[in-house]
Design a protein around this ligand. Structure first.
Ligand code: ADP
Ligand code: ZN
Length: 640
């Protein structure tokens, strides 16, 4: 990650981030936003000036504006169309829908269009009337499309290539797309057209691939902070995961949209069905479902409000719904990259959002086993194990989760005040003695084998012996005669399971084979010899339950979803009326509601109660086109 840090330092030390007045004007007038965020200004300035860039920015960081503003500004200066390479059809449609709402001339070319519609767009393109054109790479690389580009280019009307989801060019990443490899042809054919590649995937390896394969050696690298301050990270010990999830949904996210990730298709379907039984509006999504069912479910999730999508990781890339209020994990992801990308789908609109995960012994054992028993070579397994260890370290952490997450991506930070460990610092205890008892008990099992063949002794049996329970199995193997029999009667069953989980997570213990036989590791010996102190979180049952408070939102009583701002009763009524109005507009225009206005924009209107078009224009998210189109209606709705 050191290269990323260098890049971060370099870009922070670069020239101050000022965007040209023309770019700011586009931001205010078209998007209705007051200011650029973070590095947007510097990136926009660089791209407007016609230079290449590679942008690494977390999900929700605001990548789209980095090419949309230059596209608009450069088109105004007579430089022609910006071609946006995007791998996902659903995403193109939503982006184009949103741009049309803003009054920007944008279109997409993909397989969902019939011949007539496609030809109409091609005519617009050739006439130089489009500001942004979205297309998939395989489309762009067809002779027909390249011929059109040639014609535009001869007339100086190809302004910019924006390559979205640029990590798709890397085989190393998880979203590799063969067609992306062909994109270097664009640069060879049109070397003077600037290019902007964007991605939210930050690891060094992928980044090096992007630079090499897209020939971006001379491009300036912009690495934004990967922090998502509005996301609250919480990791709880699993005890009855479904019930814990239900409590989380009911207590904190009633009526709100979110994603629940599960590892298997079966678990997705079971969980979704169970949530529906409990009265939660939930839908399933996984790669095994019929394509049409997947399309409908995804569409409903994007367009309707307050749906919970229960999904495998097949769901997510290209979902840029801004008002996802939570992402919950019922199973452990493979590594921190996965966790960060999945949780990053929450709260793109910058409003408070939750990343919640339930995690237990079984998760640790399963993930370790999947690596051990995988087909990959030793070197690859070693990398995977190290990545899993980092994630387990995060799950078991007693200190700020965000500090650890950001450190993983090479960023130093201070305790955040917005994760479970910052909000309710967990009690820890010195578990060195307990760990030694446990490990020596395992040691005795193997020593004690005698004439009886050594057997697979898993967690349940171990805890029985430690707690002095004379089960049949204990008697059968004579484990009640061991010196360690009953030495752990002071801790409860689930406390011992917690110790086992944490020891496995820390690498002091390993579960092997079909029966999860517990075996000692090199570092267990150090613990046994008393060379290592083991500090563990206090097991869940020792802490009072229900420690978390329901988020209090002033005036947010009653059914349904509260506004993202504190509103009084009259304000809530205005907010509800605005949302009802928005729903009608969204249906009429066949776009998701958030494309018309974000919740935050409506809440500001409800709070400020603007009485004139000028006052309305001052509200964040109200650009010139929307003001012209909806201003009068909004004033009427606000007047009640
Ligand atoms: P990304 O593609 O990086 O995941 P988006 O481009 O979808 O992120 O932006 C996330 C959200 O933030 C969008 O809803 C966008 O409208 C909003 N946004 C981006 N930049 C700004 C800004 N400068 N001011 C206000 N809102 C912004
Ligand atoms: Zn924190």
């Amino acid at each position: 990650m050191s290269a990323v840090i260098d890049a971060l330092d370099a870009s922070l030390a670069g020239p101050p981030a000022t965007a040209t007045p023309a770019a700011l004007e586009v931001l205010h007038e078209v998007f209705g936003y007051a200011a650029f965020r973070g590095q947007q200004a510097a990136i926009v300035e660089h791209v407007c000036a016609g230079r290449d860039a590679l942008v690494l920015m977390p999900t929700g960081g605001g990548k789209s504006l980095c090419y949309q503003v230059p596209a608009i500004q450069r088109q105004r200066a007579g430089r022609g169309v910006t071609v946006v390479v995007s791998p996902l059809i659903a995403l193109m449609q939503d982006q184009v829908g949103a741009l049309e709402e803003l009054g920007v001339s944008a279109a997409f070319l993909n397989s969902t269009l019939d011949g007539d519609a496609a030809r109409q767009i091609e005519r617009e393109l050739l006439a130089g009337r489009l500001t942004l054109l979205y297309a998939a790479p395989e489309r762009i690389l067809t002779p027909r499309f390249l011929a059109m580009l040639d014609s535009l280019h001869e007339r100086g009307l190809v302004s910019l290539f924006a390559i979205d989801e640029a990590h798709c060019v890397s085989q190393w990443g998880h979203d590799f797309r063969e067609e992306y490899l062909g994109l270097s042809a664009l640069h060879e054919r049109y070397p003077t057209v600037p290019r902007l590649a964007l991605t939210a995937t930050a690891d060094d390896h992928t980044r090096a691939d992007i630079v090499a394969r897209l020939q971006l050696e001379a491009a300036r690298l912009f690495v934004a902070s990967f922090d998502r301050p509005n996301i609250r990270y919480t990791i709880v010990e699993k005890d009855d995961a479904k019930r814990q999830l239900l409590a989380f949904l009911r207590d904190e996210h009633e009526g709100e949209a979110g994603i629940v990730y599960c590892q298997t298709r079966k678990k997705v379907e079971e969980t979704a069905a169970w949530l529906v039984e409990q009265g939660i509006a939930a839908l399933p999504y996984h790669a095994g479902l019929d394509a049409e069912v997947r399309r409908v479910n995804q569409d409903r999730f994007l367009r309707e409000e307050g749906l919970v999508m229960v999904a495998t990781i097949a769901f997510g890339m290209g979902i840029d719904k801004p008002d996802v209020r939570f992402v919950a994990h019922l199973d452990l992801p493979k590594n921190i990259e996965g966790y960060y990308q999945e949780t990053g789908r929450a709260g793109r609109d910058g409003e408070p959002a939750d990343a919640w995960m339930a995690y237990g012994l079984q998760d640790v054992v399963q993930q370790r086993r999947m690596i051990d028993e995988g087909e990959a070579d030793e070197e690859f397994k070693r990398v995977q194990r190290a990545k899993l260890d980092a994630l387990l370290g995060l799950a078991e952490a007693h200190d700020c989760r965000r500090v650890r997450l950001l450190a993983y991506f090479g960023e130093a930070s201070e305790p955040c005040g917005n994760c479970d460990n910052c909000l309710t610092p967990p009690a820890t205890w010195d578990a060195t003695e307990a760990a030694r008892k446990l490990l020596s008990c395992i040691y005795r099992f193997h020593q004690h084998g005698g004439f009886r063949a050594p057997r697979a002794f898993g967690a349940v049996h171990l805890v029985d012996v430690l707690r002095g329970k004379r089960t049949d199995r204990v008697a059968q193997y004579g484990h009640d005669e061991l010196s360690t029999f009953g030495i752990g009667a002071d801790l409860g069953e689930s406390q011992w399971r917690g110790v086992i989980r944490q020891l496995i997570a820390l690498g002091h213990l390993r579960a092997e084979g079909e029966f999860n036989t517990l075996v000692l590791t090199d570092s267990s010996r150090a613990v046994l010899r008393g060379e290592v102190t083991v500090r563990l979180r206090v097991p869940a049952e020792k802490v009072a339950r229900g420690g978390r408070m329901r988020k209090v939102r002033a005036g947010g009583g009653g059914a349904g979803k509260a506004a993202p701002l504190p509103l009084d009763a009259a304000g809530e009524k205005r907010f509800a009326a605005l949302k009802a109005w928005r729903g009608e507009v969204a249906r009429a225009h066949n776009v998701p509601a958030y494309v018309v206005f974000h919740d935050a924009t409506l809440a500001q209107m409800a709070q400020a109660q603007p009485q004139s078009l000028d006052a309305l224009a001052a509200i964040g998210g109200v650009g010139a086109k929307k003001l012209e189109r909806y201003g009068e209606e909004l004033l009427r709705v606000l007047a009640g």
